[in-house]
Design a protein around this ligand. Sequence first.
Ligand code: SAH
Ligand code: SF4
Length: 366
Amino acid sequence: MSINLLNYDGKSLVDFCTEIGEKPFRARQLLRWIHQFGIVDFDLMSDLAKSLREKLATRAVIELPSIMSDYAAADGTHKWLLSVGAGNGIETVFIPEANRGTLCVSSQVGCALACTFCSTGKQGFNRNLTVAEIIGQLWIANKKLGTCGDVTKPQTRKAVTNVVMMGMGEPLANFENVVTALDLMLDDHAYGLSRRRVTVSTSGLVPAIDRLRERCPVALAVSLHAPNDALRDQLVPINKKYPIRELLAACQRYLPAAPRDFITFEYVMLDGVNDSVSHARELVKLVQDTPCKLNLIPFNSFSDSGYRRSSTEAVKIFRDVLMHAELVTTVRKTRGDDIAAACGQLAGQVKDKTHRSARLKVETTQ
Ligand code: SAH
Ligand code: SF4
C-alpha cells in the first residue's frame, strides 16, 4: 500500500527520503510543494528529477479528505464538511477578520468527553483523526481560498494566519497526531505560522498539558466554564478526574514555556447555570493567581441541548465583574451561526462507536 506523505512532518520526510536513497534536502522540497504551493501531483514538482518523481509515484500518494459540502455565511465565514471515510464527516471553519484569518480545526471524529453543552460531545466518539486529516484541513482552506499554488510567488500571504484547535474533538486526547500536525503548521517550509498564532484548546487533560509544554508549547486555551468543582463536574465530566486545582497547577507549569505570557480561559455562558454575579466573583478568586485572559462564549444552541444562551445583559454584568477585578475579558463574537459554524455547533457526521455507558467508562479510566 502506498504511504500518504501528508501524514509526515519535516523530520519523518527526511527519514523517508533517506529510506528511498534520496538526499535529506529533498524532504524540504517536498514540504514546500505540498504545503506551500498546494501541489499533490508529483509530475508538477518541477525541481525534482524525473527519476525521483517516478519513484515517488510508485511508493507514495498525497491524499486529502474529500470535500462533501462548502458553506459560506453572510459574514464571510466558511465551513467545509469533509469526508473521512466510513460515513464519517468532520467540519472546519474559516473566520476572516480585518487583519487575520483564523481556521478552526477539528482533531477527532466526535468526542468522548461528553461535555453536556457541546454538540460534538453529544454525538459520541468514533476515532482520532490522522495527521493527514488534521493538516489537510489547513491545506484545503488555503487552497480553496485561493492563496496557494502560485509557484512563482511563494511568499503570497496565505488566507489562514491563525489556527485554533477548537473544532470537533479534544486535541490533547489525540496527542501524537495533533503534535505532528502542529509541527507542520510551525515549520517554515510548510505553513510557517508563529507559535503565538496557533492555539490548542483543551477541556483539561492535565498530563497531556504537561506533555504539550515539553513537546510543542503553542498558545493554550483551557475550557473552564465553571468557578467550582461541583458545577464543573456536571458541565465538563473530565473534571472528576482532573479537578480545577490540578488544572490550574498545570497552567502555572505551562506558562514559562508558553509563547504568550497568559493562558486563555474559555467560559461558555449558560443561562441560569453558570452566569450569575456570584459565579463571576467566585471565578475572580479562582483565577487571580494565574496570568490569564478570560474569553466569555455566549452559548450556541443546537437541537435538544437543554440549555439557553445567557442574556446579553447577564453577559455584560458578568464581564464587568471580571473587568473590575482587572481581569482582561473578551466576549466572543458569534460568527457564522447561519451555517451552524459557531463554537459548539460543529456536528459533522459521527458514527458513534462508544455509546453512552462506554463513554462514561472512558472518562473514568483516562
Ligand atoms: N475539546 C476542546 C476544543 C474543542 S471545543 C475543548 O473543549 O476545549 C472549543 C470550545 O467551544 C470550547 O471552549 C468548548 O467548551 C466550546 N463550546 C462547546 N460547545 C459550545 C456551545 N454549544 N456553545 C458555545 N461554546 C461551546
Ligand atoms: Fe469534547 Fe471539547 Fe465538546 Fe467537551 S467541549 S465534548 S472536550 S469537543
